[in-house]
Design a protein around this ligand. Structure first.
Ligand code: NAG
Ligand code: NAG
Ligand code: NAG
Ligand code: NAG
Ligand code: NAG
Length: 285
């Protein structure tokens, strides 16, 4: 997918776009600063998956009164909320970003082109749903990339990365542990209601994203343990989470997993064991 969205990135976190820009080292340091230096972007980055706020009563009607003529898209927001517990305005943004990504538009005119876009629920629902889960992963990947390269003197942006980390990274360990806890206790979306997604594979896809998120978070935590100690209470929380799924061997949604997920499950087993050993070795032996 083409990504011409400098302006779009600046408005708010469009993680895939930011990730591409950052990893291709294609921005000037000023442009990078203009994007990653923004307070709301850094906040979201370090809150990670917790930057997606749960839906709260009343916000949908606020959204509705703001865009009274967008009945179709409002319905999409509402239906999506049966499957993902995310704030109405954040879902609205996700839809707009998704529409930009398929129409090459920018966020300002995202809704102007709507007549030319496919907004049938059977098309837009599964696609925005996927877009959302991909964005979550890009968010985690970008954070990992920043931490990995902040001390790498050969990286074009290492100073900027180091600065971002120093300014916003203070509570990162506790945030990551909280995210891991949340991801490992979340439950698959309900079976289809009114045939929203056309087919049943959404639960299997969810399971796959959930495994990917666990992996990304474990990698981040291991990376961070290299930087700083992990407080005992966080380690205990992690350890409980590991035990709950038998060190990755038994996810609560195991009935959704298929042979092709085996590798990912094994990676979780290895990473959890590895994390346990690294911490014991570094801190408690
Ligand atoms: C970024 O990449 C594009 C093409 O891929 C190139 O035209 C442009 O000069 C690059 N910009 C920077 C700042 O490196
Ligand atoms: C968004 O796109 C429209 C039409 O293509 C253009 O007129 C407008 O300047 C763009 N806005 C920004 C901020 O790039
Ligand atoms: C960030 O903090 C580290 C450790 O205190 C320090 O060595 C580094 O220079 C700081 N980076 C920036 C960009 O200030
Ligand atoms: C179900 O949907 C997914 C993606 O939305 C698609 O890849 C798959 O082929 C569909 N399966 C059937 C049986 O229609
Ligand atoms: C995995 O957990 C489920 C319940 O969540 C339990 O029924 C099953 O026996 C467990 N399997 C293993 C191999 O521990």
């Amino acid at each position: 997918m083409y990504c011409n969205c400098k302006f779009l990135c600046m408005i708010f976190s469009y993680w895939k776009c930011l990730w591409r820009w950052t990893t291709s080292q294609n921005l000037s340091s000023e442009d990078l600063q203009a994007v990653l230096g923004k307070k709301e972007v850094q906040e979201a980055l370090f809150q990670g998956l917790l930057s997606y706020k749960p839906n709260s009563p009343g916000t949908f009607s606020q959204l509705e009164s703001k865009y009274p003529d967008q009945v179709k898209l409002l319905n999409t927001v509402q239906t999506l909320q049966n499957y993902i517990d995310v704030d109405s305005f954040q879902i609205w943004d996700l839809i707009k970003h998704y529409l930009c990504s398929i129409s090459y538009g920018n966020i300002t005119n995202a809704l102007k082109n709507i007549a030319f876009l496919d907004t049938r629920p059977t098309f837009i629902l599964p696609n925005v749903w996927k877009f959302y889960y991909c964005e979550r992963l890009f968010l985690l990947r970008l954070l990992q990339y920043i931490i990995e390269n902040k001390n790498n003197a050969n990286h074009k942006y290492h100073k900027e990365f180091s600065h971002i980390y120093n300014t916003s990274g203070a509570n990162l360990m506790s945030s990551l542990v909280g995210q891991f806890e949340k991801v490992t206790t979340s439950t698959p979306p309900p079976r289809k209601i009114h045939n929203d997604f056309g087919n049943e594979t959404i639960r299997q896809e969810w399971a796959e994203y959930n495994l990917r998120e666990q992996l990304a978070l474990l990698q981040l935590i291991i990376l961070l343990i290299d930087e700083e100690n992990i407080p005992v209470e966080h380690f205990q929380t992690l350890f409980k989470a590991f035990r709950r799924c038998n060190f990755g061997k038994n996810q609560s949604y195991h009935e959704l997993l298929e042979e092709r997920h085996r590798d990912m499950c094994m990676k979780i087993v290895y990473l959890e064991t590895c994390l346990f050993i690294v911490v014991s070795d570094k801190q408690y032996l």
